[in-house]
Design a protein around this ligand. Structure first.
Ligand SMILES: C[S@@+](CC[C@H](N)C(=O)[O-])C[C@H]1O[C@@H](n2cnc3c(N)ncnc32)[C@H](O)[C@@H]1O
Length: 641
């Protein structure tokens, strides 16, 4: 009897899709657990497209290979970099340095359906920016070469020039798999915001329709990014960017319980100032609004009637082209409840009193975001400059924090926001500022490529070798600023805020077995390396191994890890004992018993710890199987690695 082996691969996408299909159509799965297409067609009836029919859609060079890129499982891991982190033990914020395609694959097991909002600001494909060339034959080697982390020459980071025969195709090939994998991470009520300009808006909208579904299109926001036009523009000076908004699942109607629900923008102080209380009404400040409306083309006699002014006792009628907003009965109630205002001296034309306490809790968003409302690019640059010394924090294309705060106000309060083209980490900055402002506890995951700065740049000279370095340093500096502002008050209930972040870095797996498997095929593994002595590749720490096991067992990167002891041996408790990990090179019956008594949901130990004693292994399997939940399932899932 053998224990299950921990699967070190990232999530298998076709398996996941099959599971979803199974939940919806259990009847179409036949022999060998395979889909019976005839049954599926029958189940869908009229909904099936006839084969060979010409279809509407966007096509480009390389599209057919994308499914392979999406399905290729990652062989990587995320290694903790504690020394670059802040408050590692307590924080729930995460920064990941790496290529986002590989990282999105690695996040699938732990964050499937858990992200409330995604914001991305990808390269716009202007002809000058770098578009990551994926190479799925060896994606990690490709990553190390692109980011200059190999000893060899390395690939040069180059722009995707307009003259390239595959200008749009290159960009679409980069974007499509990332958007596809990102959708899996969104919760059912989640939403994605994507910044873009005219270079790729048309194509982006098409692929988003493809991946997210046309019905889940929410809005295309126009954001005024500049204050004044550029006089040297050849034709028009572009003053705006777009922000495409798609829901994972839009609500089918307003009262539907499932799907993305947008919040309102908070009312600004200035808007509240329009309310006053000249008659000392007990219900508080109010503003007067018109209580008539246009007659429209349909006659509405029930809305045209006289009302009596309480002071002059005169009959008052709306003007001939207008009618009252309410029927007589409702108007009588308004009059009785002192909700009709006749002016200071009681002789004005009547208006309705709208109380501040009764107006909708906020402002409905529109698709037009002016710079006064969501800030602009100039402010974005100023925000970075104010944190770094002159020239040090060089970053060409930051977004303003206020722009991203606006998106968060509409879509999340205490959930996770993911930005996988993080750049200088404006999104993390916006989370920190907005949490400070409104007391919420949003959490962030930033993913950024260690895209190297050129050696003659000011940032490089100041010690920031990559854009990822600038992003991390920006977060540290914002944290410092907030700590300074809240000095002495951080422990008070109202001032508590998560001011830390964990740094992880993309790398190859820490397990030899897995690396060798991919290079040489499974059979060669045991011949080539003595995994039974040490299963790990050199220079990997227990933290690296723990993080990999956690990630591949589906635990979030921010979970709490505690070191405990069983006798003299160390054991790691993840997420308050839900997962116990034993990394010592020898295990005994007593340790197995002690672990079983703790009843974790999962227990993982090294295969080598059994020293080829199959009897001990079989015993361990039985020990864990014998402790059962009420429904007969084992209390603990036992795996080796
Ligand atoms: C337009 S910038 C984002 C700017 C960001 N919104 C800000 O305010 O600072 C796009 C970023 O995506 C990064 N990037 C490009 N390809 C990437 C990849 N494959 N993985 C991770 N990051 C990538 C680039 O290095 C660049 O910094």
């Amino acid at each position: 009897m053998k224990p299950e082996k921990l699967n070190l691969e990232s999530m298998n996408i076709p398996d996941h899709k099959k599971q979803l299909l199974k939940e919806a159509f259990p009847e179409v799965f036949g022999e060998g657990d395979k889909v019976d297409f005839e049954k599926l067609k029958a189940a869908l009836g009229e909904q099936v497209e006839q084969p060979g029919k010409e279809r509407f859609g966007l096509s480009w060079a390389g599209k057919s290979k994308l499914i392979q890129i999406i399905q290729e499982q990652s062989r990587g891991t995320l290694r903790p970099a504690k020394e670059e982190s802040v408050d590692w033990d307590t924080t729930e914020n995460v920064f990941i340095e790496g290529d986002n395609l590989e990282v999105l694959k690695l996040l699938q097991k732990s964050y499937l359906g858990k992200i409330k909002m995604i914001y991305i600001d990808p390269p716009y494909n202007t002809g000058k920016d770098f578009v990551y060339p994926d190479d799925f034959s060896d994606s990690l080697k490709n990553y190390f070469e692109i980011t200059g982390q190999t000893d060899s020459e390395g690939k040069k980071i180059t722009a995707n020039p307009e003259s390239s025969g595959r200008y749009h195709s290159n960009w679409l090939n980069m974007m499509y798999p990332r958007l596809f994998l990102a959708r899996n991470l969104l919760s059912d009520d989640g939403v994605i915001f994507i910044s873009i300009d005219d270079n790729e808006i048309a194509n982006l909208r098409k692929i988003c329709d493809d991946i997210y579904g046309e019905d889940n299109f929410i809005a295309c926001i126009i954001w005024q990014k500049k204050q004044s036009p550029q006089n040297d523009a050849s034709y028009f000076s572009a003053m705006h960017d777009y922000i495409l908004v798609y829901a994972k699942m839009a609500k089918v109607n307003r009262s539907a319980t499932m799907g993305f629900e947008r919040y309102l923008f908070p009312r600004e102080e200035e808007q509240n100032m329009r309310y006053s209380n000249p008659d000392n009404d007990m219900r508080g400040p109010w503003a007067s609004v018109d209580c008539t409306c246009n007659k429209t083309s349909i006659e509405r006699p029930n809305l045209y009637y006289p009302i009596i002014n309480p002071k002059s006792k005169k009959e008052i009628l709306p003007s001939t082209q207008r009618v009252w907003r309410y029927e007589k009965k409702s108007m009588q109630i308004l009059l009785k409840e002192n909700r009709i205002w006749w002016g200071e001296d009681g002789n004005n034309f009547p208006r309705q009193k709208r109380f501040l306490s009764e107006v909708q809790g906020g402002i409905v968003p529109s698709t037009w975001w002016e710079r006064e409302f969501a800030s602009d690019n100039q402010t974005a640059r100023r925000e970075i400059r104010s944190l770094f010394k002159e020239g040090e924090g060089d970053f060409d294309t930051p977004k303003p924090t206020r722009l991203i705060s606006r998106m968060m106000q509409l879509s999340m309060k205490d959930d996770i926001v993911l930005d996988f083209f993080a750049g200088s980490c404006t999104t993390a900055h916006a989370v920190l500022d907005l949490n400070k402002e409104d007391g919420s506890s949003r959490k962030y995951i930033m993913v950024q490529l260690p895209e190297p700065y050129s050696e003659d740049s000011e940032s490089f000279k100041a010690g920031y070798k990559t854009i990822a370095d600038i992003g991390k340093e920006r977060i540290r500096r914002v944290i410092k600023t907030i700590k300074k502002e809240k000095k002495g008050k951080l422990d008070l209930e109202d001032n508590r805020q998560d001011l830390g972040f964990r740094v992880y870095k993309l790398d190859t797996s820490s397990f030899k077995q897995w690396q060798a498997k991919t290079d040489d095929g499974e059979k060669a593994v045991a011949d080539k390396i003595d995994m039974f002595v040490d299963p790990f590749i050199q220079k990997r720490t227990p933290e690296d191994i723990l993080a990999e096991i956690m990630l591949k067992s589906g635990f979030e990167l921010s979970v709490k890890i505690e070191e405990q002891k069983i006798g003299k041996k160390k054991i790691y408790s993840v997420s308050d004992g839900a997962l116990l990990i034993y990394l010592e090179d020898e295990i005994t019956e007593d340790i197995i018993k002690a672990v079983a008594e703790k009843e974790p949901h999962q227990f993982i130990c090294l295969d080598v710890a059994f020293h080829k004693r199959d009897d001990l292994k079989a015993n361990a399997v039985l020990t864990f199987k014998s402790r059962k939940n009420a429904d007969g399932t084992p209390k603990t899932i036992f795996k080796t690695v």
